[in-house]
Design a protein around this ligand. Sequence first.
Ligand SMILES: CC(C)(COP(=O)(O)OP(=O)(O)OC[C@H]1O[C@@H](n2cnc3c(N)ncnc32)[C@H](O)[C@@H]1OP(=O)(O)O)[C@@H](O)C(=O)NCCC(=O)NCCS
Length: 155
Amino acid sequence: MIRSATPADTDALVALANGTGVFQPHEIVALREVLDDYHAANEAEGHVARVFADAEGIAGFTYFAPVPMTDRTWELWWIAVDAGRQGCGLGRTLIEDVEAALRSKGQRLLLIDTSSLPNYEPTRRFYLKTGYSQVAQIPDFYRDGDDKALFWKKF
Ligand SMILES: CC(C)(COP(=O)(O)OP(=O)(O)OC[C@H]1O[C@@H](n2cnc3c(N)ncnc32)[C@H](O)[C@@H]1OP(=O)(O)O)[C@@H](O)C(=O)NCCC(=O)NCCS
């Protein structure tokens, strides 16, 4: 079942993201801040945090938000599936849930940033498999040698 995130989920979501082994320590710290800000204010501003939970517990989540000063353009800030449950279709289920939410509200575009580093290669393949096009790559964006890859889907 996919449902809205609650403040009680935060510890589990941070642990899940950390457990994927993909994110750097400062990104894990940022995730907690993002979730705290979400529950304090940003949910009311239109941001959305969704959680996949079943009998085995929380298995994944998404966080997406409108891009200010655009016409119905959105950004996926976070998607993560529990390391022990990857490769079973949960990531696809989560991203389709994001897309269904945006389509139902007449939204137009979803952008996803990711890193060019080799450890993000599976993530980049996941976005291609779920129908996103890589439309840009910004050299040295995150740091020297770590480009930003920008993925795009129009509804
Ligand atoms: C990226 C991530 C969300 C994908 O979730 P997942 O549950 O493993 O993916 P799914 O099982 O739903 O796979 C969906 C499709 O992507 C493909 N895919 C997933 N991982 C893949 C990989 N490593 N290589 C190639 N294809 C892959 C699957 O084959 C599937 O395609 P299909 O339906 O045509 O068979 C998950 O692996 C994850 O949490 N990674 C770590 C965190 C991360 O990188 N987040 C994004 C930061 S920008």
